[in-house]
Design a protein around this ligand. Structure first.
Ligand code: GAR
Length: 192
């Protein structure tokens, strides 16, 4: 099975969705490592409870490229062939993006290219949009940029708050991301 390293920063609900899907024997990927830029990220504890290897370190005081080189070393040590970003809330260095070019995907809670960056739900509501959703895209050097290869739509309902919209979209994220990752590792050759 394809070996995937997952990067998180916080609660890790998308990472859990990926890991739960990987427990099925027909899943084409397995989770090699969950890494976080915060040793106390709640998602790390959840991953360990599922028997997944974890690595967590604060990036505070480190240059981005130096920190990302540590993550890269851990990913390679764990035998990762692909990277899935799952709520990793930090820009990656150009060197790291280059190392994993074409082998790294991200999930973002908007219908890209709309609403890159933060506060996607508040911005979609403020704009009066009728729908929003989530997108899985290949990671390139730009923030939340790169070719989109899977997305899911949800309606924005009258009275929605950023929280209510986020919750509706998160359900779709958990469904979409494992499917998209399975398709990605099936279609794209691993990094050697
Ligand atoms: C998810 O909604 C994910 O799409 C978003 O952060 C949340 C992480 O939740 N990612 C981004 O905004 C990336 N730009 P999780 O830690 O529970 O998966």
């Amino acid at each position: 099975r394809a070996r995937v390293g997952v990067l998180i920063s916080g609660r890790g609900s998308n990472m859990i969705a990926l890991a739960e899907a990987a427990e099925r024997p027909t899943c084409p990927y397995e989770i090699a490592l969950v890494a976080a830029n915060d040793p106390d990220a709640p998602g790390l504890a959840r991953a360990r409870m599922m028997g997944i290897e974890t690595w967590g370190l604060s990036h505070a005081g480190m240059k981005r490229a130096a920190f990302d080189a540590l993550i890269d070393a851990e990913l390679r040590r764990a035998g990762a062939e692909y990277v899935a970003l799952a709520g990793y809330m930090r820009l990656l260095s150009p060197e790291f993006v280059e190392r994993w070019a074409g082998r790294m995907i991200n999930i973002h809670p908007s219908l890209l290219p709309a609403y890159k960056g933060l506060d996607t739900h508040a911005r979609a509501i403020a704009a009066g949009d009728a729908e929003s959703g989530c997108s899985v895209h290949v990671v390139t050097a730009g923030l939340d940029d790169g070719p989109v290869f899977a997305s899911a739509r949800v309606p924005i309902k009258p009275g929605d708050t950023p929280d209510s919209l986020a919750a509706r979209i998160l359900v779709e994220e958990h469904r979409l991301y494992p499917q998209a990752l399975a398709e990605f590792v099936t279609r794209v050759a691993p990094r050697s």
